[in-house]
Design a binder for this molecule. Structure first.
Ligand SMILES: CC(C)(COP(=O)(O)OP(=O)(O)OC[C@H]1O[C@@H](n2cnc3c(N)ncnc32)[C@H](O)[C@@H]1OP(=O)(O)O)[C@@H](O)C(=O)NCCC(=O)NCCS
Length: 192
């Protein structure tokens, strides 16, 4: 079974590892250029400095985290979407579902517009963009931008998203409660 989780900066090292493990073609498709490990480290460092401008989602199987969605806020207030899936888990609907999760979050939070860069020969992401009603335009240099003015959420979408976000908060409270219990049970506990 595959589960989809909205996460935060806690999982950033796993995200960096996933990006660094993409093969050369997928890295090129993801970034629109042959991103080096150094470029990925710079991206991750920027996320650490500005955690409020980044939202992450991952897809998890029994084998671990196998795909990631990333929304990044630009200085002009627009948000860029990016998605990538481990090679052996591609073509199983994971990016499709990650995009659904990201767009539902964007609607709920009244993000006016989101966009995604797609290289010209990446027909799969262009297909997915169209499926999610992002309109693609040529940008030149073998790239296209797929963008959508995010519509208002329906009542069902609002209540689904409210449920998801309340669940995330309850899970976080439980995590902290467990930590607190650990401190009470073992006040002399030392971390390595
Ligand atoms: C692009 C990428 C994210 C897609 O992930 P994925 O999990 O394999 O995608 P999904 O399985 O959800 O969807 C694939 C869709 O493309 C369709 N597809 C497959 N081959 C295709 C092709 N040659 N042309 C057009 N559509 C194609 C599938 O039928 C499916 O559509 P459907 O949902 O209507 O059935 C993945 O290939 C990847 O990680 N690439 C590297 C990073 C990247 O390019 N990111 C995008 C830019 S940010």
């Amino acid at each position: 079974m595959i589960t989809y989780v909205h996460t935060n900066i806690y999982k950033i090292s796993d995200y960096a590892r996933h990006l660094k493990e993409l093969d050369a073609d997928d890295r090129y498709s993801r970034f629109g250029h042959p991103a080096s490990d150094y470029n990925i480290d710079q991206l991750v460092l920027g996320m650490c400095y500005n955690p409020k401008d980044h939202e992450l989602w991952y897809a998890r199987t029994d084998a671990g985290r196998v795909g990631w969605g990333h929304m990044a806020k630009n200085k002009d207030g627009s948000w860029e979407l990016a998605v990538s899936v481990d090679k052996q888990y591609q073509r199983q609907g994971i990016a499709d579902k990650l995009l659904t999760e990201m767009l539902e979050w964007a609607k709920f939070h009244h993000i006016p517009e989101v966009y995604m860069h797609c290289i010209e020969n990446n027909k799969v992401i262009q297909h997915l963009a169209a499926k999610h009603e992002l309109e693609t335009k040529e940008r030149g240099d073998g790239e296209r931008t797929a963008a959508i003015e995010v519509p208002e959420p329906s009542l069902v979408e609002v209540s689904n998203q409210l449920f998801k976000e309340q669940t995330e908060i309850v899970q976080e409270i439980n995590r902290l409660r467990g930590k607190l219990a650990g401190l009470w049970l073992n006040p002399n506990h030392q971390t390595d």
